[in-house]
Structures are given as C-alpha cells and as structure tokens.
Design a protein around this ligand. Sequence first.
Ligand code: GUN
Length: 452
Amino acid sequence: MASVVVGRSFASSSSCSSSSVVTSGALNSNNGAKMSVVAAARRGCSSSALLSFKSANATLTPAMLGKRRTHRRQHRAVCFARFASSSSSSERHELSPPTRKTNEFVQLSKKAAPPAPAPPSAQQLSTFEQVLYGGIALTAASVLKRELAPGCELIDGKRIAQEIREEIKEKVEKMKTITNGNTPGLAVVLVGERKDSQSYVRSKKKMCAEVGIRSEGTDLPEDATEEEVLKVVRAYNADPNIHGILVQLPMPKHINEERVLKEVSYEKDVDGFHPLNIGALSQRGREDPRFVPCTPRGCIELLKRSNVEMKGKKAVVVGRSNVVGTPAALLLQRNDATVTVVHSRTKNPEEAIRDADIVIAACGVTEYVQGSWLKPGAAVIDVGINAKDDATKKLGYRLVGDCDFESCKKVAGKMTPVPGGVGPMTIAILLQNTLEGAARSYGVSEQLGLKN
Ligand code: GUN
C-alpha cells in the first residue's frame, strides 16, 4: 500500500490514526512499506500524519509501483554531500569533508564503500566555498555555456541570488533612511576549528558587508562547553542591535545542537531551525513562521523567479533532512503543490519521481536522480554539492549535484546547474531573513514592502 495523506491540516497524530484507515501496527512494522491513509479532513490530521509516517520510515507517496533500487548503490562517492537526509540532530549537516558518512542513502548501501578520498586541503575548501557562494570566476556565461537539450532552460541561481542581494541592499539603505541610521545586524557563533565552517562563516560575513548588513561573530574553541555556547547565544538574544543569530553547524560532538538551537530566540532564528519556526511552517491558517530555513526557501524562490507554477502540481522531494528535505516539502505544500517525499527507505523512488512536475533533490548522493526517472518538462532543483573525481581538473575533482546533469538536462524543462544553482541562494536568503527580522524589530516591514 502507498501512504497517501488526503488533506493538509494539522492535528495530533493520535487523532489521525483513529480517524484514518491506517493502523499503528502497520506504521510500526513496515519500514519502507507503502501505506494508505485517508485522513478525514474533517478530523484534521494530515500534517501530523505526515510527520508520523516520516518517523516510521514510510514512503509518502501518492502511488508507487515496484522496481529496482540498484541505483543508489552506484553512488557512494559522496564527498561534500551538503545536506544529508538524516533527521537526527547530530547528522543535520553534511558540509563536512568526505570522512563523515552520515547520509542515510549512503548508509543503506550494501557493498563496502570505496575508500573515501582524502579530505581537501584548506586551499581546496576555500575554492569550494567560493564556488558555492559564487565568488570565483563562475560567470553566468560559463554556466550558460553548458549544453542544454532544446527546451531545457537553465535556472541560473547565481544570477537570481545576485538580483536578491541587490534588492536587499536597496532595502537596507531605505531602512537606514527611515529609521535614522539603523541597519540589520547578524551574529554568527562558530564553535571549533573546522576549516569548512570557518570558510562558510567568512563568506556569510563578507556577503553581509556587501549589502550593508552589520555582522559580528563569536568564535569559541573546540573544547568550549555547552554552557559557554548557550551564554553567548543568550547574550545575542538580549542584544537589541542583533536581529539574526546563526550558530554554524555542525558543532563539536560534545555539544547538544538541538539544545543550542532551541536557545536561539525564535524571533532572531534566521536559520529557521527553532522548533517554533519549524512547527509554524507545518501549520496552515495560523501564525506564519518568523523565519524559514534558508536553502529550502532559496529553492522555492528559484521556482518562483523562474515562473514555475506550483499550485496543483505534483512535486517530489528527494531526502528528508531537517535542514532541506522536510522544510522544502512543507514549503511546496504551502505553495499548493501535492508533495511526495522520497527517502532512503523508499522502495521505488523513480516511480514517484517520474510522476513529478517539480523535483527537489536533496539527498546528498552523487548524481542520484537519473534523466530516465524524470517526467519530460519537469522543473528540477538540485540541492546537492558533491565532489566527483575528475583527473582533468586541477584539484582532481569537480562538483556535481544529486542529479545526473547530463541525462536530466535531456528530459527536464528547467533545471539548476551545480555549481551556480541552489548554492548561491542559501546566503542570499540568510541576508533576506536578517533584513526581515530587522524590519520587524524596527516596525518598518510594510514600508519596505516586506512580509511582517
Ligand atoms: N552549516 C552549513 N550550512 C548551514 C546553514 O545553513 N546554517 C547553519 N547554521 N549552519 C550551516
């Protein structure tokens, strides 16, 4: 049976199971099984049902048939898989070098993985970071030069992110004028010595400066205690000049990420990771979340700015991470798409994907989605950033996504490249979230044309 939730209301999962045709026994005992649930809309239960199925590893799909799952075994060379599909807090981020194997798609591989490539040098990481955020000679022209099938349009994230940053810069100027010199302020907390995290934090601060957002940071040593981190977060919570707080992830293992993220005031939670913000995202007709996680919001922005209609369309999200997959699915649903979440226990991912008008791939598996799995004309947003060995490149690798670009471009109607697609959007949206937080705090959202 396939798990089909009819309706998108929010109520307790117990009310759902009592009003729907699914039995809890089926939920508990069928990892990866497909289950049918007709959640009576009048009893209001579907959002929580979706979350219950997710935790029971059910594949949330309208209809699926059986076929092979060999493909995932071919894709184990995950190096920089950015967003794992794991939902546990300690595995929230996969920005780490290739030695961390937390991706659930990868974990499921039966054969032993080939030896992981050596972690990149600091120099490589900084180049990687620059590619991610559009800081090097990845010109629009070089992206556009890629051969696309007739009819497949490139979604140029680098250009769109630039557009967004220009809009932000203008609004920051206007805010300054109407509030007698006030500007948005972002605080970044970094714990530990990870080169990649240091590099991301530098990029975030640099982009802040470019649009006129003040940024400050606290760097704590690797052995900082949880209490020390919490103290820093509390100080920023109390600082009226700070409108956004970002705690760079992952943090050292001895620190409980969930506890720290909960401590960030939800009104300054520019990452959108606070349970109140994620909870609000999953509910309809109630207060909107103060902030939405940056990468998923960036994906939706790419779709909107590329004139991809979501209303009434079928969308598939590949991956169910807290950072991308789950919030992306909720956002698509809020935009009136009918959403299927495909994950590592999904029996026949290609069946669901083949049905989709929109695909957001965020599973962290190198070139996982194949062109032959796509519906012709589908819009494809590739969140993946993976390093693939390539002897022709100076660094010995090139960056590829979670979709096989070569085959997908022959079938997709619109598609993001990697790099130059989703990557540059994440920081642009972080800046946007910070601006919106500041505008709320100064009471000028409406004057700036921002959502309150
Ligand atoms: N590490 C990698 N990406 C992110 C992000 O978007 N937010 C935070 N806080 N940490 C990250």
